[in-house]
Design a protein around this ligand. Sequence first.
Ligand code: SF4
Length: 313
Amino acid sequence: MVRTQQDETKYREELKERIAELKKDKDAAIIVHNYQRPEIQDIADIKGDSLALSRAATRIGNDVIIFCGVRFMAESASILNPGKKIILPVIEAGCPLADMVNLDQIKAKRQQFPDAAVVCYVNSLAEIKAESDICCTSGNAVNIVKSLNEYRKIIFIPDKNLGLYVASQVPEKEIITLEGFCPSHVRLSKADVLKVKASHPGAEFLVHPECYPEVVELADGVCSTKQMFDYIEVSKCKEFIIGTETGLLYGLEKKFPGRKFYSASVNLLCADMKLTTLGWVAHALEFMEHEIKVPENIRVKAKRTLDRMLEVK
Ligand code: SF4
């Protein structure tokens, strides 16, 4: 049987009502990453980037957090909120970038560069954070590396492009990178950007630093997702080309109705971020699946790494 658009709308409305009831019954809050599907962004109690969400979770009074994002984000929420039940609706929602580094690689790099600090991008699993010296986000990576006065050498894991961007901004330090990459952001090519720029010559181009350096070079602003909102807020420009996952455009269009946004490429899609649907959120609330709990010995070490980052101004 083919489902019509009308059936689909009714089905979604019913699911939203069910989710609202279950949220009350289970004393749950729904927190949602900026790259999620529009209908998931619409049911968010809090929406933002990965670290902002984990920190926001510490201020939420609810016992249960439904984390609509990917696994490493739910882990960060668990690291910072050990007393809360953190639920990831789709257990398969991972981050290929986070999976591109393992403990053996860190050990080998530490042996090769014993006088270097290990700076770990927040897009990494808890056990990797636990074995690093300090964490960073795409928004504060440059400042974190600059803050490490006692180290000239930095082992930057796992994203190579973010590491190269940091190296371009902090030339006084030696940045040693791994070969990790975000499969979504590396799909954006220089040719894609030049084409969209030619179609919208008055637009400013904002890019996420997980993109290739040759793409980053073309940008008016190099920003995390949160920084894109901040940039647009104060910009006099009316049109923007957005060089990050396409889910962000929904939030930008809602927040800035007078501005125009163009995706730098239709290929900027994260399949893992799109796995979460209204149906899975309802299922997660009903059955409390899937709880993400970081083992205490790893949690304590990983929290130290996150706390060090939070202490840097
Ligand atoms: S967009 Fe890239 S870095 Fe973000 S969750 Fe998807 S694969 Fe990971």
